[in-house]
Design a binder for this molecule. Sequence first.
Ligand SMILES: Nc1ncnc2c1ncn2[C@@H]1O[C@H](COP(=O)(O)OP(=O)(O)O)[C@@H](O)[C@H]1O
Ligand SMILES: [Mg+2]
Length: 376
Amino acid sequence: MVINENVDRKVIPVASGKGGVGKTVLAANLALALAESGKHTVLVDLDLGGSNLHTCLGLKNINPGVGNFLSGAELDFCDIIVETPYRRLRFIPGDVLVTGLAAINNPQKKRIAKQLLKIDADFIILDLGSGTSTAVLDFFLVSNSGIVVTTPQPTAVTNAFGFLKNLVFRFLQRALSSHQEVKRYITSLNKEHLPHSTPTVSQALSRIEEIDADSAKKARLYVTMIHPKLAINLAQSPGDLDAGLKLRDLVRKNLDIELDCMGLIYDDAAVEASVTEREPVLRFEPDAVASIQIKRIAEKIVKEPRFPLTSGDREGYGDSFELAHTEAKEDFKGRPDGSPGIVPSDIENLLQVITEQKKRINELQGTVRMLTLKDI
Ligand SMILES: Nc1ncnc2c1ncn2[C@@H]1O[C@H](COP(=O)(O)OP(=O)(O)O)[C@@H](O)[C@H]1O
Ligand SMILES: [Mg+2]
């Protein structure tokens, strides 16, 4: 299985190192935004063991899905695809009806990949499980257009880096499996679980070069095929883009790949409310800041005919992170409460604290003066 670069039928997997960062919310709403922009889109719940995408779409859990497909029934994905209430958006359920498939094997993964690539649609969005199991990595590697979601928190960023590191080494392991010694070397790296013990990609490539120059040449080419995209969710302010910049630098230094930023999505009460109401936030509150930000990500995808490759021409902005920063600053102004960071009540609290501290300082100064006078 090699990364698929099909431009007519784009598969966009959505993954993350850490759970609960908003993959399902993003996958559902991004798919809807693509459908609303005129693109035939299919949303696939591939979070096997944790399927809940149907709830985000307001669908009942009654349809057979990937679980049934895997459990031996003579089904094709075209048999389990269902319509949604949203025009041009169809859905393939996960394994809520047939569970216990978390440990999926290689032939099963291949069957799924084959079916995914056969779906007739402009975009196929995959909602994946959290973490770096080989099943998640392999589903992500079905395409070169995957999006990694993180929150600005350091643990989520560290896990996102872990995901990308495992992704690169998993890709190399699969792509270079024909040379036994190279394969053994990469497998040994994938088994290494100690933090900071894995070499950088360029160190690994040098070692592969020593084993077999031809494999190293291929590996260098393969690494250039990986173009993961980043979305920073549950952000509080434009400054949260710094977390993405740190991740980009870490990835550049250690993994020899470039991480592009699709955009920042603010922590928005409308999202939580929409999840409770079992409706995509795009429909629940189309003007909510998170809806606008997700629609913008969809627009960037649609506008880039060779997505995930970028034209490099970003209307005068240096790179995808700078553009995301400019957008995030604009969105920050447009928030209903003025900003999600310092809100008026915070300023009042701060002034109160300062006034109290001033009072306390005056009292202390008085005491010091009195004690000094006594000494005299
Ligand atoms: N931008 C956001 N603003 C507010 N809450 C959010 C946002 N994105 C996600 N959430 C909340 O986080 C919860 C977990 O999101 P989910 O998409 O299920 O995460 P994951 O699929 O990564 O495990 C959601 O139920 C929602 O309430
Ligand atoms: Mg999820």
